[in-house]
Write a protein that binds this ligand. Structure first.
Ligand code: OKP
Ligand code: ZN
Length: 331
């Protein structure tokens, strides 16, 4: 299987603060290295760098002023970590003050912009778009995109949830020129950015299985009654499961989600491995074998498939989960 790797990831070195306390960051370069090592050890994967993309390729889904903010905040080395202190309030935020922009373009305090952030995020978008081009041209039937930071929380004009640019959505938008597209988000956190970007569109079905947002990040979306709007009504599905969910209660949601995506001509899987039982922040109880089962069930849809890495934070097990999932496409 071909793997498109985002080597620019390494310059993104976030810090993390939880409720006012500095904590050990979860979204670290070691995640990428652990997955790469596991793929190499397993064998059968061909690694390839993407061609660089121009910033304009992002404008299919992201606002130009947001992209400019990410670039400028990454270049501004008078600020080590651009994190919001004030979020927009009132009817019409219109200030362009530097501190105001941090809140305007970000929905949480988990997603700092530091020196290498823009290059890392742009490299991830390039990897996803490169993979989509290869699948669209018929050169590959399935590809895995190895990247960090994740992308599925990134909205049109806001970063959040460790995500800056929505890699999966950029690939989906590329496929949408050719036929029916579905995004299946298996990360334990709701893919709010992907939902938001396609919420009023019928050409990209978005389906996410995740922890109940009543109890888990991102809290403000991911509820099952969010089904789309306008032309997109009925084209978004959420499966919200309680913290502690294991394989048996997960399986019916997986089958319903597969039913919702099975008519697609192009499939994107947002693969977080943070629903694994060992994940330090996920809270679900899926064993490694269940990742193999999920990969197998997705493979059986027999649709060209782009798997893109999202979350997953246990450095000891993230690699085995990814290998287990991708094994379905072996041989
Ligand atoms: C990004 B992705 C845990 C707080 C976790 C942020 C979670 C971001 C998840 N104490 N907060 O979907 O894996
Ligand atoms: Zn996650």
């Amino acid at each position: 299987m071909r793997v498109i790797v985002n080597s620019s990831h390494a310059g993104h070195l976030p810090f993390e603060c939880e409720g006012g306390e500095p904590v050990t960051p979860s979204e670290v370069p070691g995640r990428f290295e652990a997955i790469r090592t596991a793929l190499q050890t397993h064998g059968g994967f061909a690694f390839e760098e993407p061609d660089p993309i121009d910033e304009s390729a992002l404008l299919a889904l992201h606002d130009a002023d947001y992209v400019a903010y990410l670039r400028e905040a990454s270049l501004d080395r008078t600020v080590q970590f651009a994190v919001p202190s004030v979020f927009p309030f009132g009817p019409s935020p219109r200030t362009k003050n530097a501190m105001a922009r941090r809140g305007l373009y970000c929905f949480d305090t988990y997603t700092p912009i530091t020196a290498g952030t823009f290059a890392a995020a742009l490299g991830g978008a390039a990897a996803a778009i490169h993979a989509a081009e290869r699948i669209a041209s018929g050169a590959d039937r399935a590809i895995y995109v190895l990247t960090r930071p994740p992308g599925h929380h990134a909205e049109r004009a806001r970063c959040g949830g460790y995500s800056y640019l929505n890699n999966a959505a950029l690939a989906a938008d590329r496929f949408a020129k050719l036929g029916r597209v579905a995004v299946l988000d298996l990360d334990v956190h709701h893919g709010n950015g992907t939902q938001h970007l396609f919420y009023d569109r019928s050409d990209v079905v978005t389906v996410s299985i995740h922890g109940d947002p009543d109890q888990m990040f991102p809290y403000f979306s991911g509820f099952e009654d969010e089904t789309g709007t306008g032309n997109g009504l009925g084209f978004n599905r959420n499966f919200a499961l309680p913290p502690g969910t294991g394989a048996n209660p997960y399986r019916p949601a997986l089958e319903a989600a597969l039913e919702a995506v099975c008519r697609a001509e192009f499939l994107i899987v947002s693969l977080g491995t943070d629903a694994h039982e060992s994940d330090p922040i996920g809270g679900f109880k899926l064993p490694t074998e269940f990742f193999a089962e999920m990969g197998q069930r997705v493979k059986e849809l027999n649709v060209p498939t782009l798997v893109v890495q999202e979350g997953g934070y246990n450095l000891e097990t993230i690699g085995e989960c990814v290998v287990a999932f991708l094994r379905a496409w072996e041989g």
